[in-house]
Write a protein that binds this ligand. Structure first.
Ligand code: NAP
Length: 304
């Protein structure tokens, strides 16, 4: 029987692990299949306090994991495939084991949203990517296209200019959602260009991406544009399908929590992008992880 099981190994999960470990709760982290969560696929982290020179996402993940382990957190690389929060103790099944827990912190985050266009799935890993840090290297001196108009599209697009011959940002409107600082950096970068009022209709190629079909949404004009890499940054979907019918969620699937991160089930807490669609920063997720851990500690004390 575990005191607390933490689902997810991103900033929220690892911070919850650190705090519950330091509270002597001997937490177990079940990582999920995206080790380190979104921060592990982020290129440069320049806004996490305490690192004035910035650091890479994988570096931050590694430091957080080591810090949690130093105080006794156990990290299990596995994925939870079934939960039962209706019974006590709670039951959680992974691919290889079944666990029982007195409390659970759900920190399963969110994953990149897909365009849902022909060729997207077929060419994922063969030119279509959701992670510039992971795949940018493969597109040295090649034509790259980034889809989206938010901070992620510009930040990762800027990173991709280190590799690509040219990086074109395709956005469905003629105004970016990204913050002004990133916009300025992007507009100043000679390798970066913008394709406004345009959507990608399909990804085409033979074994690997060779081109995309673009449609201008104001004129209706359609054209084929040769590209080798298509990086998609159009927001996220919360990873909550596992808790359907057990934990309350909103119409988009984000978990509903009270101000202290309690879900509708006493003893089950949520932390990070699994409930937060507003802030979505590494530091805010870490903060939520800390809060959920402190609440879990209180809950466990109340059981005694
Ligand atoms: P986001 O802000 O939600 O932006 C998503 C972009 O994708 C929007 O421009 C949206 O267009 C576009 N989009 C959505 N669905 C689309 C579709 N089906 N087809 C084409 N385009 C589509 O997501 P994000 O950029 O991942 O950022 C998420 C959060 O993380 C934000 O709060 C952001 O500030 C934060 N973040 C911060 C930093 C940083 O501080 N450096 C870096 C990365 C992320 P519309 O604009 O037309 O809606």
């Amino acid at each position: 029987m575990e005191n607390v099981i933490i689902l997810g190994s991103g900033c929220a999960g690892l911070t919850a692990a650190l705090y519950t470990a330091r509270a002597d709760l001997n937490p177990l982290v079940i990582t999920g299949n995206e080790l380190g969560g979104q921060i592990a696929t982020t290129t440069d982290v320049e806004n996490f306090p305490g690192f004035p020179e910035g650091l890479t996402g994988p570096e931050l993940y590694d430091l957080m994991q080591r810090q949690a382990e130093r105080f006794g957190a156990r990290i299990e690389i596995d994925e939870v495939v079934e939960v039962d929060f209706k019974q006590r103790p709670f039951m959680l099944k992974t691919h290889s084991q079944t666990f029982e827990a007195k409390s659970v912190i759900v920190a399963t985050g969110a994953t990149p949203r897909k365009l849902d266009i022909p060729g997207e799935i077929e060419f994922t890993g063969r030119g279509v990517s959701y992670c510039a840090t992971c795949d940018g290297f493969f597109f040295r001196d090649k034509e790259i296209m980034v889809v989206g108009g938010g901070d992620s599209a510009l930040q990762e697009g800027l990173f991709l200019t280190k590799f690509g011959k040219r990086v074109q940002v395709v956005h469905r409107r003629d105004h970016l959602r990204a913050g002004p600082a990133l916009q300025e950096r992007a507009r100043k970068n000679e390798k970066m260009g913008f394709v406004w009022n345009t959507v990608v209709e399909s990804v085409n190629g033979n074994g690997a991406v060779e081109s995309v079909r673009l449609k201008n949404v104001t004129t209706g004009a359609v054209r084929e544009e040769p590209v080798a890499g298509l990086f998609i940054y159009i927001g996220h979907l919360p990873n909550t399908w596992l808790y359907k019918d057990q934990l309350d969620m909103d119409e988009e699937g984000y978990l509903i929590v009270d101000p202290y991160l309690h879900t509708n089930i006493p003893g089950v807490f949520a932390a990070g992008e699994v409930h937060d669609k507003r802030f979505r920063q590494a530091i805010s997720s870490a903060g939520f992880g800390c809060m959920a851990a402190m609440e879990a500690e209180k809950y466990l004390a109340s059981l005694e």
